[in-house]
Design a protein around this ligand. Structure first.
Ligand code: NDP
Ligand code: PYC
Length: 342
């Protein structure tokens, strides 16, 4: 959302400055030290990969959520073995990042032993992008899937009242010797954070993202945020969004997006509830032959890129290689707001 900004309207920070800012803001607002590292890491990664809606902008949500008492700042996640292929992590009301990191080694171990394993995170506050989590699994050579409900902001296709969350779905596939294949997107036409960035910048939003409170299409970010987001791909995104509600909600004993919004009770804090993460070991089906078949999968990616199409995450990985030297460009107004909170 911030591309093409003149030097006067933005500031450029090194990744170290981004990290210092994130750590300082989170510490100043009472987040326990065990959480500061994992929470900051996901925000720094977002800024490094030029994901404006889930980079340092998210610090505002974190601070607001901390200030409103809707997250337990010193929660201690507890891991429960459920069965040989299942584990649950009770985040105890804390941010999801520490809970994810706490459960990750056991998820990996179970996936390697059983071929497939799932981790349900319960009672977590999730404000972030999902790709850092699926990349933690592709880094271990595993195929990964993750999803989480959010708050009821999205109307089902054919309806006009907010019911679903923006409900992201992320998938990761490890690739020999290269960046993984990763996609991660909201099942709404766009993440709500992206619409918020348009509102902050005073920019209209494209048609098809939202309807206003009367159910009419709108390109006004404020009116759209007060109405409902639309699903992506009509009934298809709507069904996928319902799936996320089900498998990362009742299936793991946690909240739907409507329940999360009711729990929020007007505080406008980040969503609260569960997350489902599935890890699959390619060696589970194929044993020693897995490497040969993973190599064969490369033809699919070549088939995409050889016709000029791009892979999802290709933009992010390009940014990741650029920002360590070039730094991260942040809207000046956002930087000043965050600096005042640090
Ligand atoms: P986008 O609509 O921008 O879609 C993002 C995905 O699509 C990325 O994998 C992106 O890769 C890929 N992509 C974009 N354009 C192309 C293209 N032309 N060709 C191929 N691939 C493409 O993102 P959203 O607004 O839907 O979501 C943004 C983020 O918000 C996600 O990370 C999501 O996890 C997060 N989110 C989190 C929520 C939560 O509750 N925790 C709720 C909702 C969203 P690339 O990055 O390389 O452009
Ligand atoms: O952008 O929709 C969103 C979002 C919700 C929670 C985190 N991001």
């Amino acid at each position: 959302g911030n591309k093409g900004m003149s030097a006067g309207e933005s500031v450029t920070l090194t990744l170290q400055q981004v990290a210092d800012l994130a750590h300082a803001v989170l510490r100043r607002h009472g987040l326990a030290e065990a959480h500061v590292g994992p929470v900051a890491a996901t925000i720094i990664a977002g800024e490094r990969d030029e994901c404006a809606s889930h980079g340092v902008y998210r610090l505002l949500n974190c601070v607001h959520t901390l200030n409103s008492g809707k997250v337990v700042p010193d929660a201690v996640p507890v891991v429960h073995h459920v069965s040989p292929a299942l584990l649950r992590v009770d985040a105890a009301g804390g941010f999801a990042q520490l809970a994810f990191a706490t459960g990750l080694p056991l998820l990996v171990e179970k996936a390697r032993t059983m071929g497939i394993a799932a981790m349900g995170i319960n009672r977590c506050v999730h404000f972030a992008a999902l790709w850092p989590e699926v990349e933690a699994l592709t880094d271990q050579g595993l195929v990964a899937f993750a999803c989480t409900p959010s708050h009821a902001w999205v109307a089902p296709a054919g309806g006009t009242s907010p019911l679903f969350g923006t409900n992201p779905i992320a998938f990761g596939w490890p690739r020999p010797g290269g960046d993984p294949f990763v996609f991660d997107f909201a099942t709404s036409a766009v993440a709500r954070g992206e619409i918020e960035l348009h509102r902050r910048a005073g920019k209209p939003i494209p048609e098809g993202w939202t309807i206003d409170a009367q159910g009419n299409p709108t390109t006004d970010a404020e009116a759209g945020l007060a109405g409902a987001l639309l699903t992506f791909g009509g009934h298809k995104g709507s069904a996928l969004s319902a799936m996320v509600e089900l498998i990362a909600g009742p299936l793991i004993g946690d909240m739907t997006s409507a329940e999360s919004l009711a729990h929020d009770d007007g505080a406008k804090a980040s969503p609260y509830g569960g997350e489902l993460i599935i890890a699959i070991d390619p060696a589970g089906f194929l044993g020693a032959a897995a490497a040969e078949h993973m190599q064969r999968a490369e033809a699919l990616f070549d088939g995409i890129t050889s016709q000029g199409a791009r892979l999802p995450s290709q933009r992010r990985f390009a940014a990741r290689r650029r920002t360590p030297a070039q730094g991260c460009r942040i809207p000046r107004a956002l930087y000043e707001e965050l600096a005042a909170l640090s």
